[in-house]
Design a protein around this ligand. Structure first.
Ligand SMILES: [Mg+2]
Length: 355
């Protein structure tokens, strides 16, 4: 399937909550962070739901069950049922069930979310390489996962038992900093065995398929904070996406995004669901959005710096809402980059926007 390269954020005359039937919301950095709701999330999601938009929560974290996640959301003031939560544990369980007979034993390295998802697909979780598993699956196991679990997985994988991973996010945010994620745990077994797992989670197709199967979405909008999981997953699934700036992505990363990481829409936070999205238009040799115009400037040559090493700059003029300025900058950067990565320096322009 060929896709045209996106060179500017999209426009929507209608509120996104009306233009799309289902929001496929990432959790960490979008809905909550470190256990608390993100600013404007609770009231924005309530208003989107009242307007008729179906809300589903899509997470690469395989540790917690949908019941636990839904209870957490409800406690934060975001009413949710287990059926509204889709996890990478469910996606990997389906991926395994498609390849092995019903009732097969699967060696689990991970948490309760993974065990529940396997049972739901008629598979039997086992704990030892000596239990004759026909598959090995790894999902995030939390800080209490014993090191010996990796040895069990390695023994079985080294014998040639098919190996699966819920996701390969290398890190996981915690209230105290950045911790090793399931991707780091997968690397441990990879180093020990030299094998390669089949992976289900965002940005890969099994997760997107699980989400569409469970929500029945016809016009879904992926809402996320991460370019290489949420936005790339939407790109791979051929659906539109909204990037919010409440999580791990900053303005500089967005401007430097390669085509598969460029979201359809950009907004500061989840209030963006409730509004239309302004058009970015070509004007004055650059791109205008709201009160801002962004242009790709030539290289400045400073004394002592070789001309070949000089780096061009993104310029920003005007004033108005910061998100409009960012949309104009995205258009200038992505147009300059084409199907590559923008190397223009956007630092000064982003600083003007406080980003
Ligand atoms: Mg996230």
């Amino acid at each position: 399937m060929s896709r045209s390269v996106r060179t500017r954020p999209g426009a929507s005359g209608r509120a996104l909550s009306e233009a799309y039937d289902t929001a496929l919301l990432d959790l960490d950095g979008v809905v909550y962070a470190g256990g608390s709701a993100i600013v404007h999330a609770v009231e924005s999601l309530a208003a989107a739901r009242e307007g008729g938009m179906h809300l589903a929560y899509v997470t690469n974290n395989a540790l917690r069950t949908p019941d636990t996640v839904a209870a957490h959301l409800t406690e934060l003031g975001i009413p949710a049922d287990a059926g509204d939560v889709i996890t990478s544990a469910q996606a990997v369980a389906r991926l395994i069930a498609d390849q092995v007979p019903q009732g097969s034993r699967v060696l689990v390295v991970g948490g309760e979310g993974l065990r529940v998802a396997l049972r739901e697909r008629g598979l039997v979780p086992v704990e030892s390489a000596d239990d004759d598993p026909v598959a090995v699956v790894q999902g995030y196991g939390g800080p209490e996962l014993p090191w010996g679990r990796f040895a069990e997985a390695s023994y079985a994988v080294a014998r040639g038992v098919p190996w699966f991973a819920s996701n390969t996010d290398l890190t996981i945010p915690s209230g105290r900093g950045i911790a090793p994620g399931n991707g780091a745990a997968v690397e441990v077994v990879r180093i020990a065995t030299g094998a390669e797992p089949q992976v289900a989670g965002k940005p890969l197709p099994p997760m997107h398929r699980e989400t569409i199967l469970r929500t029945g979405a016809e016009r879904p909008l992926v809402v996320g904070d991460r370019l290489d999981t949420d936005i790339e997953g939407a790109f791979n699934g051929g659906v539109d996406s909204l990037l919010v700036l409440t999580g791990v992505t900053d303005g500089a990363q967005l401007l430097a995004a390669p085509p598969q990481h460029r979201p359809t829409y950009v907004d500061a936070d989840l209030r963006g669901l409730l509004t239309g999205q302004p058009e970015v238009v070509e004007a004055d040799g650059g791109f205008r959005c709201g009160g801002w115009t962004a242009t790709a400037g030539g290289a400045e040559v400073s004394p002592g710096r070789a001309r070949s090493g000089a780096r061009g700059r993104l310029e920003l003029d005007g004033d108005g809402a910061a998100s409009d300025g960012l949309r104009a900058l995205c258009a200038a950067a992505w147009t300059a980059a084409g199907d590559g990565v923008c190397e223009l320096d956007g630092g000064k322009a982003l600083a003007r926007l406080g980003l």
